[in-house]
Write a protein that binds this ligand. Sequence first.
Ligand SMILES: NC(=O)c1ccc[n+]([C@@H]2O[C@H](COP(=O)([O-])OP(=O)(O)OC[C@H]3O[C@@H](n4cnc5c(N)ncnc54)[C@H](OP(=O)(O)O)[C@@H]3O)[C@@H](O)[C@H]2O)c1
Length: 237
Amino acid sequence: MTGKAVVVGLGGIGAAVANALLDQGYDKVHVISRNATSGLSSKVCHWCSDYSAPSIEAIAGAITDKPGTLERLVITNGILQGDDYRPERALTQLSGDTAAKMFQVNTTLPMLWLGAFHEALRQAVQPRVAVLSARVGSIEDNHLGGWYSYRASKAALNMMLQCASVEFARLNKSAQIVAFHPGTVDTPLSQPFQRGVPEGKLFTADFVAQRLTALLDEVATTGRLQFLDWDEKPIPF
Ligand SMILES: NC(=O)c1ccc[n+]([C@@H]2O[C@H](COP(=O)([O-])OP(=O)(O)OC[C@H]3O[C@@H](n4cnc5c(N)ncnc54)[C@H](OP(=O)(O)O)[C@@H]3O)[C@@H](O)[C@H]2O)c1
């Protein structure tokens, strides 16, 4: 395939999605991450970014300067737990610093990347964009509570993606954006939370990446954001 495929973030799911896109026959897959990496296929073009606004603009500009139209954009950045923060179990654990960090990485950063590819997506034919969201970002589906900042950052991401979907419905009617819930996937992000996962429900990143790339081939253009899970089932907002 001569079109361009771009993956932002090279964690467990991002790396698997890059491989799945290569398996689909993309000649070149552009991947962007914070750190230099080794062992990538020669068909992967790796870009190192500090995720600052100038870096995002420069890299998106350099990728879109190359020949070929943008067919696939998959944005995978996300955090849930770090050295000095954990998902909140109670309101009293809420911290402004943690919430701000969560919103920066989970909501704002993916949207800045999407914005940087705006013109390329406007000009492309049937471009497909997937941004890694999470079922816990569904307000309707929230019966357990907790995880205030992570849930809210993904709900906010979905809202911003719906805004972008409305914008693209005017600018390029063939474009479609998907907020994708991968299920529980065996990656560093889910590692501390895997104990209660029912048997058969902890997916490999490769499995989920294949589901996502197949979904992007099939998904219809609706002019609205589609919030879909790994099984292509819609999730209520
Ligand atoms: N794993 C699951 O069970 C699960 C379930 C639901 C949703 N998700 C979502 O799927 C996405 C991918 O997660 P994963 O499972 O592949 O996790 P992962 O292996 O831990 O990868 C995390 C990703 O987030 C990026 N990231 C981490 N810290 C960051 C920071 N401070 N600033 C900017 N980017 C940062 C990394 O970018 P670099 O490559 O540049 O380091 C990497 O691409 C996330 O959005 C997550 O919320 C995962």
